[in-house]
Design a protein around this ligand. Sequence first.
Ligand code: NAD
Ligand code: IPM
Ligand code: MN
Length: 370
Amino acid sequence: MASNKTLLMLPGDGIGPEVCDEVRKVVDWMDKRRAVTFDIKEDKVGGAAYDAYGTPLTDDAMDKAQNADAVLFGAVGGPQYDNLGWDARPEAGLLRLRKEMDLFANLRPAVTFDALLEASTLKPEVVQGLDIMIVRELTAGVYFGEPRGMQMWEGKERCIDTQSYTRDEIVRVAEVAFDLARKRNKRVASAEKANVMKTGVFWRQTVAEVHKDGGYDDIELSNVLADNCAMQLVRNPKQFDVIVTDNLFGDLLSDVAAMLTGSLGMLPSASLGAVDEFGRRKALYEPVHGSAPDIAGQGKANPMAMLLSFAMALRYSFDLGDDADLVEQAAQAVLSTGKRTLDIMSAGCEAISTSQMGDAVIAELDKRAA
Ligand code: NAD
Ligand code: IPM
Ligand code: MN
């Protein structure tokens, strides 16, 4: 039976609108072919919203996001906005969405597709069969801690950012990580810097308490220092199942993990809030990559991260796991035929554009649903 779901599209800047055009094809395909109907709304975010309205996110767009069943977000940013005031910067629009929707759990899966083994800068045997999930805390830590900014200290100008975590902020993201691990390979590595940061010690202790008191004794918990974690991700990434970490370390470690899959253009993400009394949760889905100003407007962007982010929306917001599998299988099939955007190009493959990649995924979806 068809159900009506509200989807807010926020394409943003740079390659954001380009990859959103491609995800729109897949959304429309689902709308026509599967048991779901999407009521699609669209608004501006980032530099595009600043150009139109003088702010990177209007209150109206914020309201739409709060009331949507899911938000699909492209990317924001660009050199022309780098010198704007702090709150006018494109990135401030994204941070406001995350904070006000309370999207504390950012799931960043790094999965390698066999067809792309050669696109990775690592040896095939290191990355083949890789399937890890980074759970990044997204609404606290140094991204939001106070005080921050310029101040005078002992007669000198200095600038401060504050790393801060409450117990609850750690508990809820640790629970998400343990719950995910239970459906996977039952291992969680918690990454922090407990050797130099007080918040690192608190993070480690709190995650251990959640593990012990939360009934997670079927899950194996290990602690890893974040710098070592970055090195281990490159040395032997398959040792990991779920990695849970704070906002800043999660940002860095997920970019590292992205390259294991061949390109930043392949990595999707889901940013999730708490489940409410009606079983609903706020959610925003976005590629891990940014607006890529160096390739914007040239049809070179890889839309896979955006398409796979929509697959995550089907799985986590709409309980349509089979349809999510379908999108992922179609993506995999396209790559197996040797079609490549430039970021994942290798010898003997066929170079195609952003929109050709979207069309190729639709053609594979058609084959599967025929
Ligand atoms: P970036 O992710 O935009 O690009 C890094 C490199 O990866 C570039 O060489 C780019 O061409 C390439 N790349 C990224 N996505 C790709 C794709 N889909 N297909 C092919 N190649 C791709 O990071 P950056 O250059 O450090 O940042 C550019 C701007 O994006 C900055 O303003 C930054 O703040 C912003 N940014 C936004 C987000 C977001 O909106 N979620 C995330 C990261 C960076
Ligand atoms: C990401 C980005 C953002 C972050 C920026 C654009 C605010 O790098 O989503 O990974 O630092 O979280
Ligand atoms: Mn990032």
